[in-house]
Design a protein around this ligand. Structure first.
Ligand code: GLN
Length: 236
């Protein structure tokens, strides 16, 4: 990888910023800097051009209205889609997951086209999924909190990120979706703060090899605490 800084795109934090997922950009940047890799966050606001030259694109959660705006904007300003086509890393959370899919229906029943970077379709569920969620994945158990109405079906062009142990996720026992270097989940937290292994998976995709271990006792403790809290009352 070149010496130039890794550029992390925080995509539309003004319309997809309701659930604190912008913190994922801070975590990615810091975990790279701690390892001596220069990294910068580039915020792409609604109304800005969407560059196709960034290394990572992060999309967070938001209300239906914001999600609708984001999907329309990112279909019209195709920088993110062009970047994904050349293999850039994309990470979406909740509304971000739904926007990255082929289509979604909002709570009012209206259908919207997504970006088609993941083979997922979302529609409104019967009740809102709210609370702690734990997902078993190849990167270990992930914890987060969820707050969404959407129920997501993963088609053959993607695979689920993992299996739900506590909580709802996609609504069928799985959570999230992955295709190539596009990965999305229902986990807020921010997910990359609670789950350093997931942050490092994305960093490895960006740099082309898994990053060196980063021993951080306070991060490990936060992780243990969240796992304990999520397991409270659960039979596993
Ligand atoms: N937390 C979110 O991003 C919510 C996404 C979407 N508006 C839903 O309710 O399903």
């Amino acid at each position: 990888m070149a010496d130039s800084a890794v550029r992390i795109g925080l995509v539309l934090p003004d319309v997809l910023g309701t659930y604190g997922d912008s913190g994922n950009a801070v975590v990615l940047r810091q975990r790279m800097r701690w390892r001596g890799m220069p990294a910068d966050v580039v915020e792409v606001h609604y109304g800005d051009p969407v560059p196709d030259s960034l290394d990572v694109y992060l999309l967070g959660g938001g209300e239906d209205e914001g999600q609708e705006l984001a999907a329309d904007y990112l279909r019209e300003h195709a920088g993110l889609r062009r970047a994904a086509a050349r293999g850039a890393v994309v990470f979406g959370v909740c509304a971000g997951l739904q926007v990255l899919g082929t289509s979604f229906r909002t709570g009012d029943g209206r259908r919207h086209d997504g970006l088609g970077l993941l083979d997922v379709v979302t529609g409104p569920g019967k009740r809102r999924a709210v609370g702690e969620i734990v997902v078993e994945t190849p990167a270990g158990p992930l914890t987060g909190f969820e707050n969404h109405l959407g129920v997501t079906t993963v088609g053959p062009g993607s695979r689920p990120l993992g299996r739900v142990r506590t909580g709802t996720g996609n609504g069928d026992g799985t959570d999230g979706a992955v295709t190539g270097h596009v990965l999305a989940t229902y986990l807020h937290g921010p997910a990359l703060a609670r789950n350093p292994a997931l942050a490092d998976l994305l960093i490895g995709w960006v740099t082309g090899s898994p990053p060196a271990d980063l021993p951080l006792p306070e991060v490990d403790e936060l992780r243990r605490e969240r796992l304990r809290a999520a397991r409270g009352g659960a039979r596993w």
